[in-house]
Design a protein around this ligand. Structure first.
Ligand code: IMP
Ligand code: MG
Length: 180
C-alpha cells in the first residue's frame, strides 16, 4: 500500500496537532451548548474518532450515510440518505464532521436537510478544504487544512474504497489511477 504513495502531504504528527487544537476550540465554542457531532460515512470516521476524543465537553455522536443519485445527478448534489440519524435534532447544536469539502454540493444539500429538522444550530467541521473546487457558496466553520486541487487519500479518505487506513494524507502515484 505504502508503495502506491507518491508523496506525503500531511504527516500523522501534523494531523494530530491540528485535531487537538480544533478539539480545544470546539470545546470552548460549544461551552453551555448541546453538541451533537454528526459524521458523514465513511470518509470522516478516522477524523471523527480523533476529534471526539480531543473534545473535553459533553458531546453526542451520530452517523449518517448518503449516496449520490447516480452520475447524471451527481453534479446537482442531490443525495439519497442511505443511513439516517437515530434521533430528532430539536434542541441540538449540530456539528457536521466531514473529511473534505470539495465542490461543496453534497454538504450544502445535507446541511439543508438537517436545517429542516429544526436543530438549534448547524456548523461544519472539515479535515480538508479544497477551496479552488467550490461550486456552491458554502464555507466550513472549522477547517484543519486547506489543500491544493490534487486527489488525496488516507486518514479516512479513499481511492476506490482503499487507502482509508493510511495514517497520513498522501498523494497517489499517477499509475494507480491510470490502471483503473
Ligand atoms: P463534494 O464536496 O460534494 O464535491 O464532495 C466531497 C466528497 O468527494 C468527499 O466527501 C469525498 O468523499 C470525495 N472527495 C473529494 N475530493 C477527494 C479527494 O481528494 N480524495 C478522496 N475523496 C475526495
Ligand atoms: Mg465523503
Amino acid at each position: 500500500m505504502i508503495g502506491d504513495i507518491a508523496q506525503i502531504l500531511i504527516s500523522e504528527k501534523e494531523i494530530a496537532e491540528k485535531v487537538a487544537e480544533l478539539g480545544r476550540k470546539i470545546s470552548s465554542d460549544y461551552q453551555g451548548k448541546n453538541l451533537l457531532m454528526i459524521s458523514v460515512l465513511k470518509g470522516s470516521v478516522v477524523f471523527m474518532a480523533d476529534l471526539m476524543r480531543a473534545i473535553s465537553i459533553k458531546a453526542r455522536v451520530d452517523f449518517m450515510n448518503v449516496s449520490s443519485y447516480g452520475s447524471a445527478q451527481k453534479t446537482s448534489g442531490v443525495v439519497k440518505i442511505v443511513k439516517d440519524l437515530d434521533i430528532p435534532l430539536e434542541g441540538y447544536d449540530v456539528l457536521i464532521v466531514e473529511d473534505i469539502l470539495d465542490s461543496g454540493l453534497t454538504l450544502s444539500y445535507l446541511k439543508g436537510i438537517l436545517l429542516e429538522r429544526n436543530p438549534r444550530s448547524v456548523r461544519i467541521a472539515t479535515l480538508l478544504d479544497k477551496p479552488e473546487r467550490r461550486r456552491v457558496d458554502i464555507t466550513p466553520d472549522y477547517v484543519c487544512f486547506s489543500v491544493p486541487d490534487e486527489f488525496v487519500v488516507g486518514y479516512g479518505l479513499d481511492f476506490d474504497e482503499t487507502y482509508r487506513n493510511l495514517p497520513f494524507i498522501g498523494v497517489l502515484k499517477p499509475e494507480i489511477y491510470e490502471n483503473t
